[in-house]
Design a protein around this ligand. Structure first.
Ligand code: 4AD
Ligand code: MG
Length: 464
């Protein structure tokens, strides 16, 4: 029996001489006058396909092999040989070709022609078969593996925080509500919808972040991380926002802001280094086809130190920049994408960690600085994508936290358990959240975040 191996394995010279079984999809077929056909076979295990030589002597050569078209699924029994062709170490001489499924070239859209990413979004069930989306899937997988490797090696516990929650972590009111009430005829009490009759006896939502629950575990077990889908009902139709995205959130007891920034920098560098090591062929592709600077940028970042700058200093630089920005720069305003880009792309030309933001623009849980104006927040900004990490040291003082919640109009009664963490054995602690898709966008150079998640959810669009 021939051994079943992947195309990626069959492309390596150490398989020369072995009888193997390959299974995948035909990319192209061309027939030689010399009495055989070349089949480019891909199975998703690598960007590159393998060349299969199908001799005319195969019993189904005329009936099957000569009718193979792009997208047909096949099994190939064959022998791996050294390839005489340039750019490939091996090729496979077929002993048998079995057809599983045809793909009518009249209707199957993935032929040689290159499609726009916009069009490919309308065929999210077929786009994983293209070079670009195969490469994105492999890089995304590599990054997820690195995330777990990094934290596991550093002694963090992987904690699963809930998807359904009653509390708004970011306090921004951008949550999707979860309900089983009859929307056409909801129960009423005093003229208002009576959520006491809802499934969870109160209004509940899809989580925007696992941080608050993460803090519970960090304040018991030290260093933890949570990694899962998060949901935001912000109506921003931009190339960097999704309504459903994945976030990895470490949370560490006895960490202050500087420790948090150190961890974030080491973490990002580890992910980038792993992608460069483990996905060289895919990264080469992105560098050639998508953005000619991605390889150079990643190599440079892995070697260099991120710039660290307070928000106040950043505002001074922006004000002195002489640029005419669409949104005015003024201390107290949130920085816009154009400001972040100026800092990372024009001024420093590297990732920048901004810290100590105005308290008025940041959520209630961030630790207040003694200046009375700023909080211990930090954002990691990278060229082109902008913010990929948002984090902070958390307010561990009960009285200050209660005051901050009141300031932001939050009902302390809903957060009684969060306040208990400060009542009993409170500790300095800190954490951050990395948006997985923003990280993949940065690594691959893909311009639109909808193309780095398998099934993007954005306002007005939840197909597939
Ligand atoms: O800055 P954010 O809102 O921070 C938090 O949620 C904190 N609770 C994290 C923590 O401290 N544990 O979001 C964190 C990151 C952002 O920097 C960004 O990369 C990503 O999540 N993000 C989004 N990604 C895609 N689409 C959206 N709508 C996003 N909103 C945030
Ligand atoms: Mg943020």
């Amino acid at each position: 029996m021939p051994e079943k191996i992947s195309v990626a394995a069959a492309r390596r010279p150490d398989t020369i001489g072995r009888e193997i079984l390959l299974q995948g999809w035909v990319r192209t077929r061309r027939d030689s006058k010399a009495g055989f056909s070349f089949i480019e076979l891909n199975d998703g295990s690598s960007m590159g396909s393998i060349q299969v030589i199908a001799p005319a002597a195969l019993e189904n050569y005329e009936s099957v092999v000569k009718h193979l078209t792009a997208g047909c699924s096949v099994s190939i029994d064959g022998l791996v040989k050294e390839s005489p062709g340039a750019g490939q170490a091996t090729e496979v001489e077929a002993r048998a070709v079995t057809l599983h499924g045809t793909a009518d070239p009249e209707t199957y859209v993935l032929q040689k022609k290159r499609h726009s990413f916009e069009f490919l979004r309308t065929i999210a069930h077929l786009r994983p078969r293209t070079n670009t989306f195969g490469a994105i899937a492999r890089v995304r997988n590599c990054v997820c593996r690195s995330i777990h490797d990094f934290f596991q090696e550093e002694g963090f516990l992987y904690i699963h925080t809930p998807i359904i929650t009653a509390s708004d972590c970011e306090g921004a009111g951008e949550m999707f509500q979860v309900t089983t009430l009859d929307l056409a005829n909801p129960p009423k009490h005093d003229g208002k919808i009576d959520f006491a009759q809802d499934f969870f006896d109160r209004p509940s939502y899809l989580t925007v972040s696992g941080q608050l629950e993460g803090e519970i575990f960090a304040c018991a077990l030290g260093k933890i991380y949570t990694f899962g889908p998060t949901f935001r009902a912000e109506n921003s139709n931009t190339s960097r926002h999704l309504a459903e995205f994945w976030m990895v959130e470490p949370e560490m007891a006895f960490f202050e802001l500087a420790d948090d920034m150190d961890l974030a920098e080491r973490f990002l560098k580890r992910i980038f280094r792993d992608v460069l090591d483990r996905c060289p062929e895919d990264m080469q592709f992105f560098n050639e086809r998508i953005d000619k600077t991605v390889l150079e940028t990643l190599h440079h970042i892995v070697e260099s130190r991120f710039v660290r700058l307070s928000y106040t200093e950043a505002v001074k630089l922006l004000e002195a920049s002489g640029e005419s920005f669409e949104f005015p720069v003024a201390w107290g305003n949130d920085l816009q994408a154009e400001h972040e880009r100026w800092l990372t792309e024009k001024h420093f030309k590297c990732p920048v960690i901004l810290f100590d933001y105005p308290r008025s623009i940041k959520p209630f849980y961030m630790k207040c600085n003694d200046d009375g104006k700023t909080v211990r927040a930090m954002d990691v900004l990278v060229p082109k994508v902008g913010e990929i990490i948002g984090g902070s040291q958390r307010e561990e003082r009960l009285d200050v936290l209660e005051q901050r919640m009141a300031e932001q109009g939050l009902d302390a009664a809903n957060y009684w358990w969060y306040l208990d963490l400060r009542r009993y054995g409170t500790v300095p602690h800190a954490g951050f959240g990395l948006g997985l898709e923003r990280a993949i966008q940065f690594i691959t150079g893909m311009g639109n975040i909808r193309d780095v998640i398998p099934f993007p959810r954005t306002p007005g669009s939840a197909d597939f």
